[in-house]
Design a protein around this ligand. Structure first.
Ligand code: WTA
Length: 649
């Protein structure tokens, strides 16, 4: 976040106290903050989740590894589906699904969801999936995605969902790292009116992932795709039962692996963030209940994220379904076929709770308020934000243009690693401030510390978590050393989130963005080094350095500085080729917005690339101290090149 943005935050004086009427019916009360963490979480665990065997110990912390609800057994699919049907709620809608092509829509009740989950689980069994078999899922936003996740959890098979915008390399790397044996994908996905060839990409990935012996394919567009005999199977070709008795829910230990979610760190290799069964489900369901004030019988809840990221796991699939919510699931983009698509959706389904990211809000701001104004949004009663710091201007726009000035906004801070929201206002309780995520959730102990690790009562520093919480990651898959060094070494004894934060006189938290080499582009975490390795993978690139620069819509945009082999000059063609190369290696989300060709990169005398300097150049800031540079003249040269370089809109 730029210095100017931080200053705007510090000047922010607007206050939004809870509306008394909202407060009188709110799920949350101020008393929740008074409970000791263990007391709070034990109570919530029994309130929100049905256990096959009750737990005997609430939590245990052998730093850095925590375990929760020891001795407890449960099944996630049972909690998210079966128990609601058994309670007579089978006719309640679980998902209103809206396809991207206009007019394609369907709804799925909890009873229908149960049949489909059982059916898919029985199919997976035919493909050899058992408790413990690892499954990769590479699907777009179709109902089969939550169905596939739930089918895995029904069998006790851990999954990893790979975002449909990722490349074949990204998919095979993840499948190989986890040891996946089965892959679930679809023929093609719809995106902005054209098709994305998921099966074709999956084929490429499987060629590099020999551990995958079976591929289950969902029909979406119906276009022809190649199917390899013996390995690839259409989901609709199976004739298997769909009654729950044909496939009972596997009792799982609270600490059994539920899923891995890969996320970018500060090296080129993404981290397989582990989440286990009991703590994750309790954390996702509890935060969903209180932070969104969910009233399952009357609310229509819409989280507009993609299920391929942690936000979709916790707040489209597991949290809402565990709470028996009715949700909207939308396949497409906000601006297809026009920029009012979202608002038409809110009106059609009578959405009451909307959860999205600042980057989307800023895109809507740019498109103008007339698109929202053209639709009846009066059903909305609560708005949420996640993924990056929300600037007060976007907060106010969201509040006024979308929420009609009447909806509380919850700015929720959390991470793939935390599994659940950790810092958020409690609607009906908290007085909100535009740009502040306000207070740690009940049962959460967060703090801001300085360089020395000393607690800052008021002022800026680094965000840490002082005590474990149920949904916290149980580590990085296969890399204990990296887990310890990334999160636990910088400030011994506490979890270091990698974010800067400020705490104000009221004890409210203001998140200031990442303090490591991780960029946040449209709410997606991308590592500078991952993009650099994709660039140097190109045969004509000698060296590359990547950094983020502030972008008014996407939060950050990726800037790459590239030195070509043999001192060759860059060209527009080369620029496009490199951008495409990165898209092929990682995925289109990692494409640099601009590439600056330079004969040399600024390095310290010990050979370290000076990223701070490159960031300053990218953001047109006055350049600070360059005396540690091996060759200070490089800088003016790069600055001149940068000024001349074309940028993507
Ligand atoms: C950033 C997404 C400020 C932060 C759930 C964090 C935020 C990273 C907020 C995690 C917020 C997320 N305010 N920053 N409300 N929410 N972030 O793993 O930098 O994709 O570390 O999880 O997003 O991104 P991730």
């Amino acid at each position: 976040m730029s210095d100017r943005a931080i200053e705007t935050l510090l000047d922010e004086e607007r206050r939004f106290p809870p509306h008394p009427e909202f407060a009188s019916r709110a799920n949350a009360t101020a008393e929740l903050y008074d409970l000791e963490p263990e007391e709070f979480w034990a109570r919530e665990a029994r309130e929100r989740v049905t256990w096959f065997d009750d737990f005997s110990t609430v939590s245990e912390w052998k730093l850095p590894y925590a375990r929760w609800f020891l001795g407890g057994t449960l099944n996630v699919a049972y909690n998210c589906v079966d128990r609601h049907v058994e309670a007579g709620l089978g006719n309640r809608v679980a998902y209103f699904w809206e396809g991207e092509p206009e007019g394609e829509r369907s709804s799925l009740t909890y009873a229908e969801l149960q049949q489909q989950v059982v059916r898919m689980a029985n199919v997976l069994k035919e493909l050899g999936v058992r408790k413990g078999t690892k499954v990769a899922i590479y699907l777009g936003m179709v109902v089969e995605l939550p169905i596939a996740m739930l089918a895995c959890t029904r069998l006790g098979a851990p999954h990893t969902v790979v975002f449909g915008g990722f490349s074949a390399d990204s998919l095979s790397d993840r499948a190989n790292d986890m040891g996946c044996e089965v892959l679930i994908t679809q023929d093609e996905a719809w995106r902005r009116g054209s098709t994305v060839p998921l099966k074709r990409t999956a084929d490429e990935a499987m060629a590099a992932a020999p551990g995958i012996h079976a591929c289950l394919v969902v029909r979406r567009t119906g276009h022809d795709v190649s199917m390899q005999d013996g390995r690839d199977h259409w989901l609709h070709d199976f004739d298997v039962p769909d009654d729950p008795a044909s496939c009972p829910c596997e009792p799982m230990d609270a600490e059994d692996l539920l899923f891995l979610m890969y996320t970018s760190g500060t090296t080129a290799k993404p981290k397989g963030i582990t989440h286990t069964t009991g703590g994750y489900l309790v954390g996702a369901a509890t935060t969903h209940h209180y932070a969104f004030d969910l009233k399952p019988t009357t609310d229509v809840y819409w989280c507009a994220a993609d299920i391929g990221w942690i936000t979709g796991h916790s707040y489209i699939v597991y949290g809402p379904l565990c709470n028996g919510a009715t949700s909207v699931l939308y396949e497409g983009t906000p601006d297809f076929p026009d920029k009012a698509r979202w608002w038409a959706l809110v009106e059609r389904y009578g959405v009451t709770i909307l959860y999205t990211a600042p980057t989307a809000i800023r895109a809507h701001m740019k498109w103008g308020p007339e698109h929202a104004a053209g639709h009846d949004l009066s059903s909305l009663r609560l708005l949420g934000s996640v993924g990056e710091p929300i600037n007060p201007e976007a907060w106010i726009w969201y509040h006024e243009q979308v929420g009609g000035g009447r909806c509380p906004i919850v700015d929720t801070w959390w991470q793939t690693e935390t599994g659940m929201i950790l810092i958020t206002p409690l609607p009906g309780v908290t007085t909100t401030k535009p740009g502040s995520a306000t207070k740690p959730f009940p049962g959460i102990r967060a703090a801001v510390v300085n360089e020395q690790g000393e607690k800052v009562e008021q002022g800026g520093g680094y965000l840490v978590l002082e005590e474990p919480w149920p949904a916290m990651t149980r580590g990085i898959h296969g890399d204990d050393e990296r887990f310890r060094s990334t999160y636990w070494e910088r400030f011994p004894g506490v979890y270091f989130a990698g974010d800067g934060a400020r705490i104000d006189a009221d004890g409210d938290f203001w998140l200031l963005g990442r303090v490591d080499d991780v960029m946040n582009v449209s709410g997606h975490r991308i590592s500078t080094i991952e993009v650099e390795s994709a660039l140097v993978d190109h045969q004509r690139v000698a060296e590359a350095a990547v950094c983020g620069r502030a972008d008014p819509t996407t939060g950050q945009a990726i800037v790459a500085y590239v030195t070509l082999k043999g001192g060759e000059d860059g060209s527009l063609e080369m620029l496009e080729e490199l951008r495409d190369h990165v898209a092929r290696k990682i995925g289109p989300i990692a494409k640099p917005a601009n590439i600056v060709f330079t004969p040399e990169l600024p390095k310290t005398r010990s050979g370290k690339i000076m990223r701070r300097l490159l960031r300053d150049i990218a953001e047109n800031r006055p350049l600070g101290d360059t005396t540690t540079l091996a060759d200070p003249s490089v800088v003016s040269e790069i600055a001149a090149q940068a000024a001349a370089a074309p940028a993507e809109d």
